[in-house]
Design a binder for this molecule. Structure first.
Ligand SMILES: Cc1cc2nc3c(=O)[nH]c(=O)nc-3n(C[C@H](O)[C@H](O)[C@H](O)COP(=O)(O)OP(=O)(O)OC[C@H]3O[C@@H](n4cnc5c(N)ncnc54)[C@H](O)[C@@H]3O)c2cc1C
Length: 313
């Protein structure tokens, strides 16, 4: 129930406006978001690189409603590729097609995404097209394929909870397109996605097998220790070394595990989001682990209690 409520709130425009100026929401967001400016995000990447980890930079934004906003987002991504190169950072970029105008039409998003992918190619870098809700899956997979054919500099994300994912991975593997495997972060109906965690985890294992066997530098994006151990075992038994794949985790989530895997010699890339449009991203992170909400509410209540006791409330 709580999870569904948080997903509902993620898409609520009024709540999005309210949250933008609410100090509690902003504090909560700061755990998962590197800042509001590109300069802050570049600083977070630098720190990440110093720890021996790579980064994937995400300028937060989705479901834009005008071509101007989409074009501005595309310009921002091109500048970010230049800034990554100018600062010699080990980072690529992740973006959402609805940030680049997919709701306005496939042609709008395709033109802008191609421009960003060309900026990636010019810089010898890589653009990851994040996967959004199932209404966008087919368009995201097919745009990844066409832009890959033109630039060789894009890959995408496949969600283990979708029934269609084994077919998508077979297709993408056959074309040499890089895949990030995730469980999936959206609320989906049982007609398209496994409703039970055990089935999603089993699907993740099967898809990981396919990626380790035939994929091009696959990325296993999860904080689930059982799945991470599974991937490590399977990689070993297939003779895949740490240079053949990487793990990915979210900025601010399971830092202990990030460092441990790095110390074991595995490639680790952190997904580093920044920008003012953090509200839907934050709500999805809370929906993944509603305990985060209780933890923060507890902190807020404690701080309010301290303030009352010291007479400043
Ligand atoms: C690098 C990266 C990129 C992603 N890109 C996409 C994408 O493009 N499309 C998409 O649909 N999804 C994406 N996701 C989200 C993904 O689908 C899952 O929703 C998310 O990773 C949580 O699932 P999990 O595999 O970590 O396993 P879970 O079973 O959800 O979590 C395992 C453990 O990880 C920890 N944990 C997980 N989430 C949180 C959290 N929010 N806060 C604190 N602790 C947490 C907890 O200890 C939990 O017990 C991405 C995830 C990562 C790591």
């Amino acid at each position: 129930m709580l999870r569904e409520g948080l997903h509902y709130l993620a898409g609520h425009q009024g709540m999005r406006r309210l949250a933008a100026t609410n100090p509690v929401a902003r504090k909560l967001a700061s755990r998962f978001v590197a800042g509001e400016t590109l300069a802050e995000a570049l600083g977070a990447i630098q720190q990440t690189n110093r720890l021996g980890m790579r980064a994937s930079l995400d300028h937060l934004g989705e479901n834009v409603t005008s071509r101007e906003e989409a074009a501005e987002a595309a310009d921002g991504y091109c500048q970010a590729f230049d800034a990554i190169a100018a600062n010699s950072l080990d980072a690529n970029i992740s973006c959402k097609l609805t940030h680049l105008g997919l709701d306005l039409g496939v042609d709008v998003a395709e033109e802008l995404t191609r421009t960003v992918a060309e900026a990636a190619a010019r810089n010898g870098n890589f653009l990851r097209l994040d996967m959004e809700g199932s209404a966008y899956t087919e368009r995201t997979v097919s745009m990844t394929k066409s832009i890959f054919d033109a630039t060789r500099s894009v890959g995408t994300v496949i969600q283990a909870y979708l029934y269609r994912s084994a077919d998508d991975i077979r297709d993408l593997n056959g074309r040499g397109i890089r895949v990030r495997l995730v469980k999936g972060a959206y609320l989906e109906p049982a007609s398209v996605a496994y409703p039970n965690k055990a089935d999603v985890d089993a699907s993740y294992r099967r898809l990981a097998d396919a990626l380790l066997a035939d994929g091009t530098f696959p990325a296993f994006a999860t904080h689930d220790i059982a799945l991470i151990e599974y991937v490590k075992d399977r990689a070993r038994s297939l003779g895949r070394g740490p240079e053949d794949f990487e793990f990915q985790m979210l900025y601010g989530v399971r830092r202990d595990l990030q460092r441990r895997l790095r110390a074991e010699g595995y490639g680790m890339r952190l997904y580093i989001p920044y920008g003012t449009q953090w509200y839907p991203y934050l709500m999805r992170r809370l929906a993944e682990r509603p305990a985060n909400l209780l933890f923060i509410m507890g902190n807020v209540a404690r701080e309010a209690g301290t303030a009352r006791r010291s007479g400043t409330g």
